[in-house]
Design a protein around this ligand. Structure first.
Ligand SMILES: Cc1cc2nc3c(=O)[nH]c(=O)nc-3n(C[C@H](O)[C@H](O)[C@H](O)COP(=O)(O)OP(=O)(O)OC[C@H]3O[C@@H](n4cnc5c(N)ncnc54)[C@H](O)[C@@H]3O)c2cc1C
Length: 414
């Protein structure tokens, strides 16, 4: 009988779970087929999104919907042959996008979002990673006066509804904050609560190093199977078999590969997304991450250059990369900021693990004692990783959880 806990998956979620269990005195082994932080956690836009309290929904207004349906915009691209394969998931997502349902979901997620900054702060400080963190928010740019009015209304709703701090910026105020932005950006909102990270992969790796420095073990092995046995759990990897008292599945979009054989099938779709880095033209600098909501991309100043990150691509997880969405985003981003040459030849592609109800799965597996789950964070895994780690560790160790875990229970999919 072993009391060790195996955490499978060393993305931001798995690493955070491992740290929180370790902090509660548990003996933890973290397993990943790659080095920590090489999956989706490597290539995201680096926003610790305290301001994003309403999840990304399918628009209900027909103009926006037709825009997506045209398959010509940068925010969403789809492979028409793939959509029938995810039709039930899409239908679920559409239902969850109803304004009433969306408000409920936002309320359920809120305690995790509210905890996101504090939980990252604690880990960043302990791991000595303050140099990766900026604490001065990000900017949503707008391209027309009408959109600026609309953005202003939204920002005051967010202030009164959720206490979010933001400044509405006219062209002059925007230019004071970001002198290099071009006139196509007529104004914006400075969302001041969120943090941003200059190298999300390095952040996850730094958290994993903290876990090791505190005595944790990291194994680099691909897990092929997990099965209950009399001592707890057997974890079968490509070249070994391990025993553990409990297992946490935190494999992001790959979580079903180990859960399906045990009878669990969480509807999980990998919302694909690309990034590529660019040098700035001449002396131009970008100080904040910038979201161009009307077009659908983010530009973030990162250690490797200005990271241009696309919206969502719905295509088979293993389909070859298709540059069309990134090219569209790049063309429109050049209207806003003087991007220079790309840093890499090829874009990075990653998968956001997304459930149809926009909420992660966090908690016990229900049918198997000692099996625990933490995945499905979609657009907000960097944001919610440490808060998820805390919530799951509290559940596993019998502490009073800081947030109601019931909305994240896998029971909703069983
Ligand atoms: C383009 C893009 C932009 C994004 N921007 C943001 C953002 O600004 N802010 C934000 O909060 N979120 C953002 N996200 C979402 C965020 O990156 C993800 O939600 C998060 O990284 C998921 O973390 P994870 O630990 O669950 O998964 P991952 O980071 O994918 O980790 C899963 C791990 O499991 C391992 N694994 C899988 N199968 C096996 C196996 N059989 N054996 C061993 N190991 C295995 C993988 O190697 C991987 O390391 C973005 C995502 C994308 C794609």
């Amino acid at each position: 009988m072993t009391s060790e806990i195996f955490v499978l998956g060393a993305g931001i979620v798995g690493v955070s779970v491992a740290l929180h269990l370790q902090q509660r005195g548990r003996d933890v082994v973290l397993v990943d087929r790659n080095a920590p932080g090489e999956g989706a956690s490597f290539g995201n836009a680096g926003l610790i999104e305290r301001a994003s309290v309403i999840p990304y929904a399918i628009p209900r207004d027909w103009r926006a919907l037709l825009g997506h349906a045209s398959n010509r915009n940068a925010a969403v691209r789809y492979d028409p042959a793939f959509l029938p394969r995810i039709a039930p998931w899409l239908l679920g997502y559409w239902r969850a996008s109803h304004p009433d349902r969306l408000a409920t979901i936002a309320g359920e997620l809120l305690p995790l979002i509210e905890a996101c900054l504090g939980e990252h702060e604690r880990l960043v400080e302990a791991a000595g990673l303050s140099h990766l963190l900026r604490r001065d928010g990000w900017i949503e740019v707008v391209r027309s006066a009408a959109t600026l009015d609309e953005a202003g209304r939204r920002s005051s709703e967010m202030r009164s509804g959720y206490g979010l701090v933001s400044d509405v910026l006219d062209r002059q105020a925007l230019a004071r904050l970001e002198p290099a932005l071009l006139p196509a950006a007529v104004g914006g909102i400075h969302w001041r609560d969120p943090f941003t990270v200059s190298d999300p992969g390095a952040l996850t790796k730094g958290y994993a190093t903290l876990f090791e420095m505190r005595g944790g073990t990291i194994r680099r092995e691909a897990v092929s199977r997990i099965a209950p046995d009399r001592a707890g759990w057997r974890i079968v990897t490509e070249n070994a078999s391990h025993r553990s008292g409990a297992v946490v599945v935190a494999l992001g979009v790959h979580s079903n590969t180990l859960l399906s054989p045990l009878g669990y099938r969480v509807p999980l779709v990998g919302k694909r997304g690309y990034h590529m880095h660019f040098r700035p033209e001449g002396e131009a600098t970008l100080r904040h991450a910038v979201l161009d909501e009307e077009i659908g991309y983010v530009m973030s100043p990162m250690a490797a250059g200005i990271r241009l990150t696309t919206g969502v691509e719905l295509a088979a997880p293993d389909a070859p990369a298709n540059r069309v969405q990134l090219d569209r985003a790049e063309r429109r981003a050049r209207e806003i900021f003087p991007l220079g040459k790309p840093v890499e030849d090829k874009p990075w592609i990653g998968l956001r693990p997304a459930t149809p109800d926009m909420k992660p799965v966090i908690g016990p597996a229900r049918r198997h004692p000692g099996l625990w789950l933490a995945f499905g964070h979609a657009h907000h895994g960097l944001t919610l990783g440490p808060a998820t780690g805390r919530l799951l560790a509290e559940l596993m160790t019998g502490e009073t959880p800081f947030a109601d875990p019931s909305p994240f229970d896998i029971a909703r999919f069983l």
